[in-house]
Design a protein around this ligand. Structure first.
Ligand SMILES: Cc1cc2nc3c(=O)[nH]c(=O)nc-3n(C[C@H](O)[C@H](O)[C@H](O)COP(=O)(O)OP(=O)(O)OC[C@H]3O[C@@H](n4cnc5c(N)ncnc54)[C@H](O)[C@@H]3O)c2cc1C
Length: 463
């Protein structure tokens, strides 16, 4: 086994002095993401890459020494995907953060993997363009991390997930090409079917097939007009779920359809004092961005559907201030709840007609285990995030939360859903994924990994 000093010496030989991290405190901070209780190994070293050549050197060196490489963007992941495994190198891509090119004629941008999602949005907006994928972590998370997890977000319902916006990639790979070689995958044209879809394979692969060093993104023209917001308040979560199922059934396609329960609203209000009155059990937040009369009709139909499924009150507005406070509450819900104690984040996704049934099951399972939960959801996608909140240092509460977490996964599978809609498998959902996928699918996946990374260098033990 390679000792840390041999590894550090080998890395330092081919990298400028400021790249290699050995300070134990800094290394510990780089060694985990935001996933509560996901196991964290002890990394041997970190590298803050500034170029593709740096990445190539790290991968080549690690492959020669039999050391694992764990890529890392901003570390906002919620599944332990960027957590260190014993003796690994944490490869931090966050300093490769440039927007390299914006091609307004062809609605394309080329960016480095460490570019922050919101920075990319701002850069393309200057050209009248829009990069839609909008995870609630957009102010911090990187495009490389978004690509590796196939991140979703608030507007997936109408505009799709990260995969729908990745035309091409550069990646440093191994296996048949040779460890440390850089390859170009995909294209920059709107269409293209030359060869297998290797870009699709890399998107969502959680750093297990190689390290992404450049991303070619598909853009859209910036949306026109003022969006309309429709907010419905419900006396219980299941009725809110019924409204979601009906909105889908009626073929309505708001850009955003989010659910927040009272616990989330109260936590945000206590922290940020946005002036939200958290008196209902659940709020559904919907945003319609279709311009003109069609948009007005769509907003009205959503409002009518909410009323018809038992909303206590429904409000429509084009006045942004009030609506923005609610959307801020949605974005801030996770950090607001984290202030109350360790939060284990669930990410199940079920067919939309099953949202009410899943919400019922979540309440029943949490009650059976005596676990406190708060629920936020990309409800229009059927993607639910019940957050399990535990008092700090309470081992029994932690064990109960972990047991409930596994039961949520089984309930989602039984309803025809999946254990992870957008956060990825990482470490936390490895067992759940094995319960969900059929054995043939698992065999194909390990064959792909074996072919592309026979030495098990790229993020082993994840996914
Ligand atoms: C407050 C909050 C809100 C969130 N909201 C959402 C949401 O709405 N939707 C959503 O989908 N997620 C959400 N997340 C989860 C998280 O932000 C996403 O998974 C995000 O895509 C992770 O990006 P990151 O840069 O932080 O990646 P990291 O956490 O650093 O890494 C994530 C994974 O990507 C791999 N990776 C990172 N960079 C590369 C690279 N260049 N090449 C290869 N592999 C790489 C890592 O090894 C790891 O497996 C949220 C998280 C928080 C804390």
């Amino acid at each position: 086994m390679t000792t840390a000093s041999v590894l550090v010496e080998a890395l330092s030989r081919g990298l400028p002095g400021d790249r290699v991290v050995t300070d134990p405190d800094v290394l510990a901070a780089m060694s985990h993401d935001e996933a509560e209780w996901a196991p964290v190994g002890r990394a041997a070293a970190g590298v803050r890459a500034r170029s593709e050549a740096d990445v190539q050197y790290v991968v080549r060196t690690c492959a020669e020494l039999g050391t694992a490489v764990v890529p890392r963007g901003a570390g906002t992941g919620l599944s332990g995907g960027a957590n260190a495994v014993g003796g690994c190198v944490i490869l931090d891509l966050s300093q490769m953060n440039q927007v390299i090119e914006i091609d307004a004629d062809n609605l394309v941008a080329v960016v480095q993997p460490g570019a922050i999602n919101n920075d990319v949005k701002a850069a393309v907006a200057e050209h009248g363009l829009w990069y839609p994928p909008d995870p609630a972590s957009a102010p911090w998370s990187t495009i490389g991390g978004n690509v590796a997890t196939n991140a979703g977000g608030l507007c997936c319902l109408k505009y799709g997930v990260t995969r729908d916006y990745v035309l091409g990639l550069r990646a440093v790979v191994g296996g048949p090409v040779g460890y440390g070689e850089a390859v170009r995958l995909g294209r920059r044209t709107t269409k293209g079917v030359a060869g297998l879809d290797l870009v699709g394979l890399f998107v969502g692969s959680e750093g297990t097939l190689g390290v992404v060093t450049e991303v070619t993104l598909r853009l859209r023209p910036a949306p026109a007009g003022t969006p309309r917001t429709v907010v419905g308040a419900f006396a219980d979560l299941v009725s809110a779920g019924q409204a979601v199922a009906q909105i889908t059934r009626r073929g309505l396609t708001p850009a955003v359809l989010e659910l927040l329960d009272q616990a989330c609203l109260r936590a945000v209000e206590d922290w940020k004092h946005l002036g939200i009155e958290a008196d209902a059990a659940a709020l559904l937040l919907s945003r319609v961005d279709t311009p003109g009369d069609s948009g007005a009709a769509e907003a009205e139909a959503i409002a009518t559907t909410m009323t018809g499924t038992g909303a206590i009150w429904v409000e429509q507005s084009t006045d942004d201030a009030e609506a923005e406070a609610l959307f801020d509450a949605r974005r801030l819900a996770y950090p607001a709840l984290e202030r109350l104690g360790p939060v284990l984040t669930e990410d199940v996704c079920v067919p939309r007609s099953k949202v009410p049934a899943m919400l019922e099951q979540i309440a029943a399972i949490a009650a059976r285990h005596g676990v406190q939960i708060a629920t936020i959801a990309h409800a229009g996608d059927g993607n639910l995030h019940p957050l399990l909140i535990t008092p700090p240092g309470d081992d029994a509460a932690r064990a109960a939360a972990q047991a409930a977490f596994e039961e949520f996964l089984d309930a989602a599978i039984a309803l025809g859903g999946t254990v992870t809609g957008e956060h990825g498998v990482g470490i936390l959902k490895r067992d759940g994924m094995r319960r969900e996928l059929d054995p043939g699918s698992l065999a194909l996946q390990s064959a792909v990994r074996q072919a592309l990374d026979p030495r098990g260098v790229f993020n082993p033990g994840k996914g």
